[in-house]
Design a binder for this molecule. Structure first.
Ligand SMILES: Nc1ncnc2c1ncn2[C@@H]1O[C@H](COP(=O)(O)OP(=O)(O)O)[C@@H](O)[C@H]1O
Ligand SMILES: [Mg+2]
Length: 260
């Protein structure tokens, strides 16, 4: 049996770089996240944090390499990476606005549970059974993320903002990713929603989903992260435990000293 230290990290990025025209948004970015870990990514607005997720999921052209459990996956398309369990949320909520909360959830599970055309034409009863099973799974995921039953038949735009943020995470989670990338999950929420989000993130960690979390809320990230990467103007400024980061003079100077 391999010791935990010898196992390759579940996700590793090596030398990631992103350019938008003349602007270098990200350069020489390297980090990794291991099973059972929460990696935090912090840095000022415009530092290149979201570009980092865009690069590693191949939604922008970029330099550098990405490894999933030791396997090079740099050239895989975004949806192929998602199929292999690299799933992300976005800074802005993105839902199917005309579908209900439950239908949004069903739509991300549908790839695994929809019957083939032949099955649905020749065995409608089977199609029905599969649909019911899909609904049961969708409801279980929504419940796990603490989205109240009364919201299931509402449109995402009609439910409170805090619940929308949790829905974004539930949709990215689907039936369980290998690694979940969250871009500012706490953006725009506060109070009891913040506590709820914290509980959800810690529950994900406890049940074995490694997380990479971009976050501006220092209390939240310092509480949940095992390690933190600090990005400034596209470059790695520091990496360490929350305690190390909070005591790092370069970080204090560049960021934490005048964080909002
Ligand atoms: N699609 C884009 N086209 C041009 N410039 C962009 C684009 N996306 C981001 N940028 C720029 O790249 C830099 C990094 O942006 P981003 O990765 O969104 O930073 P962060 O998430 O840390 O706030 C910023 O200067 C931003 O204005
Ligand atoms: Mg961003």
């Amino acid at each position: 049996m391999m010791a935990a230290q010898q196992k390759p990290p579940i996700l590793r990025v090596e030398g990631l770089g992103v350019r938008y025209g003349a602007l270098t948004a990200l350069a020489e970015m390297s980090w990794s996240v291991r099973d059972g870990e929460i990696l935090g990514i912090i840095g000022p607005n415009g530092a290149g944090k979201s570009s980092c997720f865009a690069a590693l999921t191949n939604s922008v052209s970029h330099a550098g390499d990405v490894y999933l459990a030791g396997e090079a996956v740099s050239s895989l398309a975004t949806n192929e990476l998602a199929k292999r369990g690299v799933r992300r949320t976005f800074q802005q909520n993105s839902f199917f606005g005309e579908l209900t909360v439950l239908e949004n959830m069903l739509s991300v599970l549908v790839g695994n549970h929809s019957a083939s055309l032949a099955t649905s034409v020749f065995m409608p009863w089977r199609q029905m059974a599969i649909r019911e099973r899909g609904i049961a799974i969708a409801e279980a995921v929504l419940e796990r993320f603490g989205i109240p039953l009364t919201y299931y038949d509402r449109l995402p735009g009609e439910i409170p903002y805090g619940a929308q943020r949790l829905l974004s995470i539930a949709l990215a989670y689907g039936e369980g990713p290998r690694v979940l990338l969250l871009d500012e999950p706490a953006a725009g929420i506060g109070g009891t929603d913040m506590q709820h989000l914290l509980d959800v993130l810690l529950d994900l960690k406890r049940t074995g989903t490694p997380l990479v979390v971009i976050e501006h809320h220092m209390d939240l990230i310092m509480t949940i992260a095992d390690r933190i990467v600090v990005i400034e103007t596209g470059r790695l400024l520091a990496e360490g435990t929350p305690a190390e980061i909070q005591a790092n003079p370069a970080v204090l100077d560049a960021y934490l000293g005048h964080a909002e």
